[in-house]
Design a protein around this ligand. Structure first.
Ligand code: FAD
Length: 433
C-alpha cells in the first residue's frame, strides 16, 4: 500500500516510521523547510534552541520509549534530574523536583491537613478507575465527567495545594488557567507519577523526528511542500502540493486539527468538520536568553517556578537549558528558557515579553550581564488544550472519516510528544488492518 503522510511533526514521523516497518510505501509532505513541527530545533550562534517541546516523561511515554528502544537510540537520552525551586510572592524559595510530584508535598506553605488530603486523594486515585493510557483520547473520553481541574483541586485538595502544587505544575505544562483543563489526564498522570523520569535526546526533542525518518529515502520526504488539496481517485486519493499531484492508496493527515478540517471539508459531514475546527489551541510564548558565559554556574537548581496566591502570574517557568540539555550551549555558555502563561500575552507586545523575561530571570537566578541574544518564540496557536468534553468530541471524529483517510496529532488527547507518537503509530496500524 502507498500512503501519503501530510505533516512532519512527531505524529507524522511516527506514522511514516510505522508504515515502513509494516512493509508499506510511505511518502511524507511537510509544509515548512524542515521536519519536527512544534518539536523542531533552531540553531543560532552556536546555541541549539528548542522551538517547542523540551522533555520526555519516561515511563508515562511508553510508545515514544518503545520506538526509541526499537531504533537503538534509547541509551542516548540525557536524563534531567529537574531540581527546581518554587519562588513565592515574597521571594521565599522551596526546593522540589519537577519530575517527582511527591516532592511538592514537602513545600512548607502546606499545612498538615493539606498533606493528609494529598495523601488520601492520591491513594484514592491510585485505586480508582482512570485512563490506563493518559495519551489515549478514547480512554480519556470515558472518564470525562465535565468537571474542570481548578474546581476538582480546590474541592478535593484545598486552596493551598491548588496554588503550591497543582497550579505550578500545570502552568508549566499547559500555561492556561486550570479551570480550562479537564480532569481525566491529570488524574491518570497522578496515578502513574512514580513512572515519570524526565529526559531529552542530546540534540533536543526534535532529534526524535530525525531518528524516526532515518531509514526513509530523502526522495520520499518532501519539504516546503504544503498539501493544499485532496481529491478522490477511485478507492484511493490524489494529494496536491506545490502544483503537483501525487496518487496513493491512503492518506494520513498529521497536521494541526484546523488544517485537517480544511483539507477534508468537502469529504466529511458538517458535524465532523465542526468537531475538528472546535479543537482549542491557545496562544503561547517562550523566550530563550543566551549567554556566552554562564552567569549562574553555582546556582543550586535547574529551574524556577513562580508560585503564590497573588492572582495572575505572567511566567510559568524558567529553565536553565544548559543543565537540562548540556549540548544545547557552547562550552561555558548558558541558555535560559522563560515559559509564559497564556492570559497576559493578549496585552503584551513582543518587546514587552522579552523585557519581562529578562526581568523575571534576574529575579529568579540573580543579576546577569547583557545576553548574547534574546529569542522570542510566539505562537498564535501554540498548544492544544483539553477542556471538559474535548476528548469525546474528537474521539468521535475517527468514525466520521472517508475511507482510507486517517488522522493523527496530539490534539486527540493531550498536547505532548507521546500523544503525537501514539496517534501516528495508531493511524498507520489501523490502515494496515
Ligand atoms: C512551547 C511548547 C513546549 C512544549 N513542551 C513539550 C514538552 O516538554 N514535552 C512534550 O512531550 N511535548 C511538549 N510540547 C508539545 C509537543 O510539541 C506537541 O505535542 C507535538 O509537537 C505535537 O506533534 P504533532 O505531530 O501532533 O503536531 P506538530 O508538531 O504541530 O506537527 C504538525 C506538522 O504539520 C505540518 N503541516 C501543517 N499543515 C501542513 C500542510 N498543509 N501540508 C504539510 N504539512 C503541514 C506543520 O508544519 C508541522 O510540521 C510543547 C509544545 C510547545 C509549543
Amino acid at each position: 500500500m502507498k500512503v501519503i503522510v501530510v505533516g512532519g511533526g512527531p505524529a507524522g514521523c511516527a506514522a511514516a516510521y510505522t508504515l515502513l516497518k509494516e512493509g508499506h510505501e510511505a511518502v511524507l509532505f511537510e509544509a515548512s523547510d524542515s521536519i519536527g513541527g512544534r518539536t523542531k530545533q533552531l540553531h543560532r550562534e552556536g546555541f541549539n534552541l528548542g522551538t517547542g517541546a523540551l522533555f520526555l516523561m519516561g515511563g508515562i511515554y511508553p510508545r515514544t520509549m518503545a520506538l526509541l528502544r526499537e531504533m537503538g537510540h534509547i541509551k542516548k537520552l540525557v536524563p534531567w534530574k529537574s531540581t527546581t525551586e518554587l519562588m513565592d510572592d515574597d521571594d521565599s524559595r522551596y526546593p522540589v523536583q519537577l519530575g517527582k510530584f511527591s516532592s511538592f508535598a514537602k513545600v512548607p506553605t502546606l499545612k498538615l491537613i493539606d498533606k493528609l488530603r494529598l495523601l488520601t486523594t492520591g491513594i484514592k486515585l491510585f485505586f480508582s478507575r482512570t485512563a490506563k493510557n493518559p495519551f489515549n483520547g478514547s480512554q480519556l473520553a470515558a472518564y470525562d465527567r465535565g468537571e474542570n481541574l481548578e474546581d476538582w483541586t480546590r474541592n478535593n485538595l484545598g486552596s493551598r495545594t491548588y496554588e503550591y502544587v497543582m497550579r505550578p505544575i500545570m502552568d508549566f505544562l499547559y500555561a492556561v488557567p486550570l479551570r480550562e483543563l479537564s480532569t481525566p489526564f491529570p488524574k491518570a498522570l497522578v496515578r502513574q507519577a512514580h513512572k515519570i523520569s524526565l529526559s531529552t535526546p542530546p540534540e533536543g526533542i526534535g532529534q526524535i523526528n530525525d531518528w524516526l525518518l532515518e531509514n526513509m529515502s530523502s526522495d520520499d520526504v518532501h519539504l516546503s511542500a504544503p498539501v493544499d488539496h485532496l481529491a478522490r481517485d477511485g478507492a484511493g486519493w490524489k494529494v496536491f502540493a506545490n502544483g503537483n499531484v501525487h496518487q496513493c492508496d491512503a492518506v494520513i493527515i498529521a497536521t494541526e486539527a484546523f488544517i485537517a478540517a480544511k483539507l477534508l471539508k468537502e469529504f466529511i459531514s458538517i458535524d465532523a468538520y465542526q468537531r475538528l475546527m472546535g479543537t482549542h489551541y491557545t496562544e503561547y510564548a517562550h523566550v530563550a536568553i543566551a549567554y556566552d558565559e554562564d552567569p549562574w554556574p553555582d546556582y543550586p537548581v535547574d529551574a524556577v517556578l513562580p508560585v503564590g496566591v497573588d492572582g495572575e502570574r505572567d511566567v510559568g517557568a524558567m529553565v536553565l537549558h544548559g543543565r537540562r540539555q548540556p549540548a544545547s550551549v557552547p562550552d561555558g555558555g548558558q541558555l535560559v528558557g522563560v515559559y509564559f502563561n497564556t492570559p497576559p500575552l493578549a496585552n503584551m507586545s513582543d518587546e514587552e515579553i522579552k523585557n519581562r523575561a529578562i526581568e523575571q530571570v534576574h529575579d529568579a537566578f540573580g543579576e546577569a550581564p547583557r545576553p548574547r541574544f534574546v529569542h522570542l518564540f510566539r505562537y498564535e496557536k501554540g498548544l492544544t488544550i483539553a477542556k471538559p468534553g474535548h476528548y469525546g468530541s474528537l474521539d468521535k471524529v475517527h468514525d466520521l472519516l472517508p475511507p482510507n483517510i486517517r488522522l493523527a496529532g496530539d490534539y486527540f488527547s493531550q498536547a505532548g510528544v507521546e500523544a503525537a507518537i501514539y496517534s501516528g503509530e495508531h493511524a498507520a496500524k489501523s490502515l494496515s488492518k
